[in-house]
Design a protein around this ligand. Structure first.
Ligand code: FAD
Length: 392
C-alpha cells in the first residue's frame, strides 16, 4: 500500500517542516504527545524559512507579538540548554532609527513595551552616531536600541528543533507531498501523499506559503496571497567589518544586517506587491529592486558606496489580509488546525508560538492567547496591509 517509510497511522500529522512545523512538533513532543509525523514535500526548511532575515526583536504595537518574541528570545539565549545545538543566535542588538516615536511610524508602542518588560534604550539625536558610527543622521532623528535583539540562522534554528523533536520520537518524512486530507462524519480521517496514506484524526497545516492549498483539502478557503520579496547582498566595506547592531532605518524603510563576517544583507521594509506562484517564482533579484535597496542604504550609510554588491535573491511572503497569521482550529472539520500565513513576520515568534499552540492542541489553555489569530476574523478578506507597513 505504501512505500513511505513511516507508520500508517499517527496521532498527529503536521504538514510542512519549515520553522513552524518544526517548532510545533518539538513542543508537542516535549509536552508528552506521542506518535507525531511531520510530512515535508521537499526537505527540512525548504521554503521561505531558509531565506529568512531571522531578526528577533520585540518592537511591536501588539502585546501578543511582544510576549511571543520575549519568550523566544529567552529560548535563543539558552538554545543549547533548552533545545540542544546551535541556532546561530547573534545578540548584536537591534537599532531602529526614526523621525517619530509615534506608534505607527515607529512600528512599536513604547508604553506597551515598557509595561511588558521589554528592555530598550531611547537614543537621542546627539548619541545616534555612538550606536551606529557609519550612519549619517538628520537633526530630527532619534533611535530605539533593543540590546537583546539580534538574529539567528534560520536553517540551523529549524534543524536543531527537528533534531530535538526526533530525539523525542517525532518522525520527519521528507519528499512527502501531502495531496489530500480525507474526512468523514465531520472529522479528519487520514492524510494522503503521492506514495502512501496515514490514518490520523488530527492534522496541523504548517505549510506556510502553501497553507491555502492544504486548507483547500478540507474545503476551507484561506485568503493567503504569495508575494515575491527581494533581498540584496553586499560585501562589507573595510571600515564596517566590526560587528554592530542591526540597522533598521525606519525613515528610509530599509534594514542592514550582518550576514557573516564579510557580508551584509539588506531589504526594504514592508512587502512588494508582486503576486507569484510559490513553486515557480523567480528566485533572483531584479536590477530595479537591487538599485532601489542600494539607494536607500547609501542614503543612511554613505560608506556603502565603496563596496560591491554581490547579488541577492528573492523569497516569498505568505500575506494575509491584515498581515497576521492564521492559527487555531479552522473550519468545520474536527481535527483540522492551522499555523500559517505569517506574512513575512513569523521567524522571531515561532519558537514560542509553537509552545502555546501545542498546549491548545493538547487541550490546555495557553499562557499567551492566540485567539486573535483565529480565522475567519473581522477583516476585509481582499485588502492587504500597506506595502510600506513597518515590518522590520
Ligand atoms: C526574505 C524574508 C525575510 C524574513 N525576515 C524575517 C525576520 O527578520 N523576522 C521574522 O520574524 N520573520 C521574518 N521572515 C518571516 C519568517 O521567515 C516566516 O514567517 C517563517 O519562516 C515561515 O515559516 P513556516 O514554517 O510558516 O513556512 P515555510 O517556511 O513556508 O514552510 C512551509 C513548509 O511546508 C512545506 N509544504 C508546503 N506544502 C506542503 C504539502 N502539501 N505537503 C508537504 N509539505 C508541504 C514546504 O515545502 C515548506 O518547507 C522573513 C521571511 C522572508 C521570506
Amino acid at each position: 500500500m505504501t512505500n513511505l517509510d513511516f507508520k500508517t497511522s499517527a496521532d498527529i500529522v503536521i504538514v510542512g517542516a519549515g520553522l513552524h512545523g518544526a517548532a510545533l512538533a518539538y513542543h508537542l513532543a516535549r509536552a508528552g504527545a506521542k506518535n507525531i509525523v511531520v510530512l515535508e514535500k521537499r526537505h527540512i526548511a525548504a521554503g521561505p524559512t531558509a531565506k529568512s532575515g531571522a531578526m528577533i526583536r520585540p518592537l511591536f504595537s501588539d502585546a501578543t507579538y511582544i510576549r511571543l518574541v520575549l519568550e523566544a528570545t529567552a529560548m535563543f539565549e539558552q538554545w543549547d540548554d533548552i533545545v540542544g545545538g546551535d541556532a546561530g543566535f547573534v545578540k548584536n542588538g537591534f537599532f531602529r532609527i526614526t523621525d517619530s516615536l509615534d506608534t505607527d511610524r515607529l512600528g512599536g508602542d513604547l508604553d506597551l513595551m515598557r509595561q511588558l518588560g521589554v528592555p530598550f534604550e531611547l537614543i537621542a539625536n546627539a548619541d545616534l552616531a555612538r550606536i551606529a558610527p557609519a550612519c549619517v543622521f538628520e537633526g530630527n532623528e532619534s533611535g530605539v536600541l533593543l540590546g537583546d535583539g539580534g538574529f539567528a540562522d534560520a536553517i540551523k534554528t529549524t534543524e536543531t528543533l527537528v533534531a530535538a523533536a526526533r530525539r523525542l520520537g517525532v518522525r520527519f518524512i521528507e519528499d512527502a507531498l501531502v495531496t489530500g486530507i480525507e474526512t468523514s462524519g465531520g472529522r479528519v480521517q487520514a492524510v494522503t501523499t503521492a506514495t502512501g496514506r496515514i490514518a490520523t484524526g488530527l492534522v496541523v497545516n504548517c505549510a506556510g506559503a502553501w497553507g491555502d492549498r492544504v486548507a483547500a483539502m478540507v474545503g476551507v478557503t484561506l485568503p493567503i496571497e504569495i508575494h515575491r520579496v527581494p533581498t540584496a547582498l553586499y560585501r562589507k566595506p573595510q571600515s564596517m567589518r566590526v560587528a554592530g547592531p542591526i540597522v533598521s532605518d525606519g525613515v528610509n524603510q530599509v534594514y542592514l544586517r550582518d550576514a557573516g563576517e564579510s557580508y551584509f544583507r539588506a531589504a526594504r521594509f514592508g512587502w512588494v506587491a508582486d503576486r507569484v506562484d510559490p513553486d515557480t517564482y523567480d528566485e533572483t533579484i531584479g536590477r530595479d529592486h537591487h538599485d532601489e535597496v542600494r539607494r536607500l542604504v547609501e542614503r543612511r550609510v554613505p560608506e556603502m558606496r565603496r563596496t560591491p554588491s554581490v547579488g541577492g535573491f528573492s523569497a516569498i511572503y505568505d500575506m494575509t489580509p491584515d498581515g497576521h497569521p492564521i492559527i487555531g482550529r479552522i473550519g468545520d472539520v474536527d481535527g483540522f488546525w492551522c499555523d500559517c500565513g505569517w506574512s513575512g513576520n513569523g521567524f522571531a515568534s515561532a519558537p514560542a508560538s509553537g509552545r502555546h499552540l501545542a498546549t491548545r492542541i493538547l487541550g490546555g489553555t495557553s499562557e499567551v492567547d492566540l485567539s486573535a489569530f483565529a480565522w475567519p476574523r473581522p477583516v476585509d478578506s481582499v485588502s492587504r496591509p500597506d506595502v510600506n507597513w513597518v515590518l522590520r
